[in-house]
Design a protein around this ligand. Structure first.
Ligand code: ADP
Ligand code: MG
Length: 629
């Protein structure tokens, strides 16, 4: 064959122009692309060798920098190309050799499991070579054919040249004449760094010759393998050792350390084919709640080639403690993140990953409750965000959340299912109270009635609980009800309350006046058994706890008026009522009213507006009590 010059197709010319002039942000990826192509070519040859054993050999990808010539050569002993194939594959886009190969296999009716993982769409990877090279030369020889070797070369400027070439072994050799500003790609540390980052898990050895100068000034060249070749996520779980899991986990983990709670393998077929290896971590890092410091997302590989870290599209935010790898078979090896974001495949993967993680958590809860509780203590507050954001999985998430409750020992948690199972028949709703910490909610007077009835009350003490409960209406057809909010009805108590409201009307009026705009309402309630009073929030108002949080964040929020509920059976109410009949005792009664109100604030965990005044009044009362005056 005589040398000849041909023109690139228009789209190719446009693409090359882009590569040469605009894509400078991450030039390292050219090596990833060429190595991926080499691995694909070996995949194909290896596949052929299944039926033509004489084609089998020691597969290998070779990277050879030549500092004198300023060239970098990437070669493989894979399938190679005929002249027609070079023209078709390299001179055209939208018509991928990989795709054509698959079609061929399909036509031959090959069995699916024999299919090498090559499901590529049209690619543009090869052209990325022009980001770093002023001239690219391909010398290639097709395996299993008599066709002569071909030489293809181009400066990327609209034309390429074809010629015959000498090459004894099948395979492809791509030589890049590096641009002046790309000479860093001659440095072995640079090359091995890129391989380690992007191509570590390529199945075939990627070797680079290393020159050592001996004492007698002679040189010894040894091959160094740059990649670990361990695509652990593609292997059978039964063949992976604990040690291998651990070392991979520490390689990946956002949390450091080698201890993980559970390794999860996921293999999906059908509309989107991918394999994943995910880890549930054991311990939360110190920066768990600082969104900016926390890595999110999973690593994304496409056919064993690293694409990106922290791919947020692969897993919902509320599962951001999960770390791992997703290796997709059908995403293109594309250059830009933008394309990934719009790709519907990612949404499908996210859905499958989410379902898998949730089902594994459920399994853990059912089989190792202790471990699950430990997990939930560490990551529950993040996990619960899902109740607010993932409505499609709402019911599954509700099965997985845990809370402490009035009836649990401090530190022990129960699930909603366990709560419901323990409900006495007379109990119709799921009761909860929100607050800062167990100690403050556990002593709330609002619990008294429930304790007397034998009903349990969930303690919701994460800052996020208040926020979530605004959306969580039911679990297994039972309504959630805050015991410190809104109206409260006890069967058969209506008459008693009405009577009290009438009998103590004078006291109620007095209290309203004495407390002024501190309270919106003063009323009687059957909620209390031991305490004289408590503070309640209107049904749709923010809880006091949430109100404090918003204030702490300097958020403007509408001031909600509290309701003071009184216990009609408490002797103090009776006594204050008696006192209210004596008009000369008004100042004294007013002081009692304020102490009572402050007490109610204290029991719900709210700060006092004037602690010193409260202490003074209590001291006076003590003195009075002791001296009997
Ligand atoms: P993609 O890999 O997505 O198909 P590329 O632009 O990276 O797109 O490569 C285009 C085509 O060129 C490949 O599909 C393949 O047919 C061919 N090719 C590239 N590199 C090699 C190689 N080292 N050996 C054999 N064929 C190759
Ligand atoms: Mg490619």
């Amino acid at each position: 064959m005589m040398g000849e010059t041909r023109e690139f197709k228009t789209e190719v010319r446009q693409l090359l122009d882009l590569m040469i002039h605009s894509l400078y942000s991450n030039r390292d990826i050219f090596l990833r692309e060429l190595v991926a192509n080499a691995a694909d070519a070996i995949d194909k040859a290896r596949f052929e060798s299944l039926t033509h054993p004489e084609m089998a050999k020691k597969w290998e990808i070779r990277i050879t920098p030549d500092k004198k010539a300023k060239t970098l050569t990437i070669s493989d002993n894979g399938i190679g190309m005929t002249q027609d194939e070079v023209v078709e594959n390299i001179g055209t886009i939208a018509k991928s050799g990989t795709r054509a190969f698959l079609k061929l296999l399909e036509e031959q009716g090959s069995k699916k499991e024999e299919l090498p993982e090559l499901i590529g769409q049209f690619g543009v990877g090869f052209y990325s070579a022009f980001m770093v090279a002023g001239e690219v030369v391909i010398v290639t020889k097709k395996a299993g054919s008599d066709a002569p070797a071909v030489r293809w070369s181009s400066r990327g400027e609209g034309e390429y040249e074809l010629d015959s070439a000498e090459k004894s072994e099948p395979g492809t050799e791509i030589t890049l004449h590096l641009k002046e500003d790309a000479e860093q790609y001659l440095e072995s540390w640079k090359l091995s760094g890129i391989i380690h980052k992007y191509s570590d898990f390529i199945e075939y050895p990627i070797v680079m010759p290393e020159v050592k100068v001996n004492e007698d000034k002679t040189e010894t060249v040894t091959d160094r393998v740059l990649n670990s070749q361990k695509a652990i996520w593609l292997r059978k779980p039964s063949e992976i050792t604990e040690e291998e899991y651990k070392s991979f986990y520490s390689h990946l983990s956002n949390f450091g350390g080698t201890e993980y709670l559970k390794a999860i393998h996921l293999s999906a077929e059908g509309t989107s084919e991918f394999k994943a290896l995910l880890f549930l971590p054991k311990q939360a890092p110190f920066n768990l709640l600082m969104p900016d410091l926390q890595k999110r997302g999973l690593q994304l590989y496409v056919r064993r080639v690293f694409i990106t870290d922290e791919c947020k599209e692969l897993i919902p935010d509320y599962l951001r403690f999960v770390c791992g790898v997703v290796d997709s078979n059908d995403l293109p090896l594309n250059v830009s993140r933008e394309i990934l974001q719009e790709n519907p495949q990612l949404a499908r993967i996210e859905k499958a990953v989410t379902a898998k993680v949730l089902s594994e958590l459920k399994k853990l809860l059912e089989t190792d409750r202790e471990a699950y509780a430990g997990f939930f203590r560490e990551f529950g507050r993040i996990f619960k965000e899902g109740l607010h954001t993932d409505f499609t999985n709402a019911e599954k998430l509700k099965d997985l959340v845990m809370y402490e409750s009035m009836n649990t020992e401090p530190g022990k948690m129960i699930t909603l299912a366990e709560y419901v199972a323990a409900m006495p028949e007379s109990q119709k709703e799921i009761y909860y109270i929100t607050g800062e910490k167990r100690e403050s909610v556990a002593s709330s007077p609002a619990l008294e009635y429930f304790r007397s009835k034998g009903y349990d009350v969930l303690f919701m003490t994460d800052p996020i609980d208040d926020w979530i409960m605004q959306q969580m209406f039911q679990y297994r057809k039972k309504n959630f009800k805050s015991i410190a909010k809104g109206d409260f009805e006890v069967e058969g108590a209506a008459d008693m309350l009405k009577a009290a409201q009438e009998k103590f009307a004078g006291l109620v009026e007095f209290l309203k006046k004495a407390l002024g705009d501190k309270v919106g309402e003063v009323r009687f309630s059957a909620r209390l058994t031991d305490s004289p009073c408590c503070l309640i929030t209107e049904g749709n108002a923010l809880s006091p706890h949430l109100e404090r949080l918003f204030k702490a964040m300097h958020q403007e929020i509408p001031e909600s008026k509290r309701i003071l509920e009184l216990n009609p059976k408490h002797p103090l109410i009776e006594a204050m009522f008696e006192l209210s009949k004596q008009s000369d005792k008004a100042p004294e009664l007013e002081m009692y009213a304020k102490v009572l109100f402050d007490q109610a604030l204290l029991t719900e965990g709210s700060p006092l507006p004037d602690p010193a005044a409260f202490a003074r009044e209590v001291t006076n009362l003590l003195l009075k009590g002791i001296s009997g005056k």
